[in-house]
Design a protein around this ligand. Structure first.
Ligand SMILES: O=C(O)CCC(=O)C(=O)O
Length: 267
């Protein structure tokens, strides 16, 4: 059976932490953003009473390291409740989502509405392919620039592009996929920042997909909280698919931002 590891790290920038196998020495109380499953075996960890409400303190965020074979992610709650609420309101006011053909997708020859809203913002000169079209993202708006700046501060990474996904409620979702587009800088991380409703987020290893998988591996289940950051580092997106499944009991909206490094377009 594959073994998942969580490491506790020092605060601020990402660093080496104490290695801990999930499930060992953990009690049943408290909220845990990262849960994992043998087809959804879930785990909880001790509540952190030394932290202010949302997992940050004056020294910066605390990181939870999530490890599995070929998977390397870090999770933290980046914004406290009040800041996250404020940012969410601003995102709801300012982000302009795709409409028309860009809000539709063809599956086996039939057109469907994308089951969420999407928008892209980025540096001048960056282009990317979306629904078979080469597009330029919209120029950065202040709220997205502020978040990008904060993510850079805590990760030490520079991002030039963001994909915004808005889920009206738990019926909106995203199917299993890998963020392995050719236009992404090789071996670059992706920083996923979430606001609004807390939603389940799954990782499934590529060898354990489908009706007759070549290997049996546990699905890794996280819960992405309001104001949280999940840093997906290489080689995660080579080996693992991720998804945000339907959750009919979730009635509130959620906005997710995936900050990426897109290669400069060829002229
Ligand atoms: O909304 C999420 O957390 C997932 C978004 C996602 O999978 C993506 O942008 O590739």
């Amino acid at each position: 059976m594959d073994k998942f590891l969580v490491k506790k790290a020092p605060r601020n920038r990402l660093g080496q932490g104490e290695e801990k196998s999930l499930g060992e020495g953990q009690d049943q109380a408290g909220e845990d953003p990262a849960q994992l499953g043998g087809e959804e075996r879930s785990l909880r960890k001790r509540p952190r009473r030394d932290l202010v409400e949302d997992g940050t303190d004056s020294a910066g965020p605390r990181w939870q390291h999530i490890r599995a074979e070929g998977l390397d992610c870090d999770y933290t709650v980046l914004y406290d409740r009040a800041e996250a609420d404020e940012i969410f309101r601003e995102l709801e006011k300012e982000v302009e989502y795709f409409t028309g053909a860009l809000a539709r997708v063809q599956v086996f020859g039939k057109w469907h509405d994308v089951p969420r809203k999407q928008a892209t913002y980025g540096d001048a000169g960056v282009t990317y392919t979306f629904s078979g079209l080469t597009l330029s993202p919209k120029p950065w708006i202040p709220v997205l620039e502020r978040i990008r700046e904060r993510v850079s501060q805590v990760t030490g990474q520079i991002f030039n592009f963001v994909l915004v996904n808005r889920y009206r409620d738990g019926c909106d979702h995203i199917g299993e996929h890998r963020d392995d587009e050719r236009e992404l800088a090789p071996r670059s991380p992706i920083a996923s920042v979430s606001f609004g409703a807390c939603r389940d987020f799954f990782f499934r290893h590529k060898d354990s997909r489908g009706k007759s998988p070549s290997r049996r591996m546990d699905v890794l289940r996280l819960q992405l909280a309001h104001g949280s950051l999940l840093l997906m580092k290489p080689p995660t997106n080579t080996h693992w698919y991720h998804s945000l499944p339907v959750r009919k009991k979730v009635l509130a909206p959620r906005v997710n931002l995936t900050f990426r490094k897109v290669l400069p377009s060829k002229t």
